[in-house]
Design a protein around this ligand. Structure first.
Ligand SMILES: [Mn+2]
Length: 331
């Protein structure tokens, strides 16, 4: 499951000028953004041309990340996104294990026959990558990006890249609370702090940047939409499109809500159901050995990690919740 073509990737990036498109998943999180932007900086430092293309936009609390202003958002500029992908001679895919995770970009990514490199920490990478650094034991893709740059060209690591990488590690671990938190994670974090990363400042930018609507939506989610299934050690929260509209929700406003289910004593599985225009979006979280990736993949055609997975369900909210309840019965 673990694969590393580090040396081959060094070689691929050490030679002639490359025109690289860096792509990550839909609803990009801190890890997707941090990994894509840090790798873009590295590639530019190496003398390559590098453009980040994302399927859709990112939460406002990431807008300070270096380079984010130049990211091409396909949902806003589909033609430009397509042109950039078609012009690239190398695809660098970060923080996603399958091209379908880039949704609208999947077909154009697939349609061009160029070298494809993966840096990722999700299980079961699709068999479409020529070279890969794929390690499910990493806390985040940014942890892998740090190790890659540190081994390859540490001289090119600057403060803004360190901030991107720190943000990815911090956000993918719920600010050092869950996931694959190991000595490796903290060693890398220490080195990033040595590089000048200001942890308090980033905490303020990422975690103390709620809008009033977002905080009220969180309160509503817990007081009105939380269901606790004590005998199943599970909890879920659902938010309808009307709920979201009532709080004028923006990208990222529902981030982290799923974790509140796990904050209950004795609750080890938590799911958030969000009604999107075309599907119900599920975020699944668990503690310890409970594997929500099984539920996500077997019942909802989704996936991710053992303790954090996601899926899209094409049906009604009621059907999605009922399927989850059935999965719990069969687990
Ligand atoms: Mn990640």
């Amino acid at each position: 499951m673990e694969s590393t073509h580090k040396k081959e990737i060094f070689d691929a990036l050490s030679g002639n000028h490359r025109n690289v498109v860096v792509v990550s998943h839909t609803s990009p999180d801190g890890d997707a953004l941090g990994a894509a932007l840090a790798m873009q900086s590295l590639l530019i430092g190496l003398g390559h041309c590098a453009t980040v293309v994302l399927p859709d936009s990112f939460p406002d609390y990431y807008s300070w990340l270096f380079g984010i202003g130049e990211v091409i958002i396909a949902s806003e500029c589909p033609d430009k996104a397509k042109t950039v992908i078609e012009a690239a001679d190398l695809q660098l895919i970060v923080d996603m294990n399958a091209l379908k995770r880039a949704q609208s970009l999947e077909s154009v990514l697939r349609s061009v026959a160029v070298q494809r490199i993966l840096i990722d920490h999700h299980i079961f990478p699709e068999n479409v990558f020529d070279l890969a650094i794929s390690d499910v034991n990493a806390s985040s893709t940014c942890e892998l990006v740090y190790e890659f740059i540190d081994e390859f060209r540490p001289d090119l690591m600057n403060l803004s890249m360190a901030e991107c990488i720190y943000t990815g590690i911090a956000t993918d671990t719920g600010n050092f609370f869950h996931g694959n938190l190991t000595a490796r994670t903290f060693n890398i974090t220490a080195k990033l702090i040595d590089k000048g990363v200001d942890v308090i400042r980033i905490n303020q930018l990422v975690y103390n940047a709620f809008s009033e609507n977002r905080l009220r939506l969180l309160g509503f989610s817990i007081s009105e939409r939380l269901h606790v299934l004590t005998n199943k050690n599970a909890a879920y929260i659902y938010l309808t499109a009307d709920d979201l509209n009532q709080f004028g929700h923006n990208e990222g406003d529902t981030e982290g809500i799923v974790n509140y289910g796990l904050s209950l004593k004795g609750i080890h599985i938590s799911v958030l159901f969000l009604e999107k225009p075309e599907f119900i979006k599920l975020s699944l979280r668990s503690e310890g050995e409970i594997n929500v990736n099984l539920i996500a993949s077997k019942y909802f055609d989704g996936g991710g990690h053992k303790n954090a997975s996601g899926a899209h369900f094409y049906g009604t909210m009621e059907e999605a919740i009922n399927l989850f309840l059935k999965a719990l019965e069969e687990l």
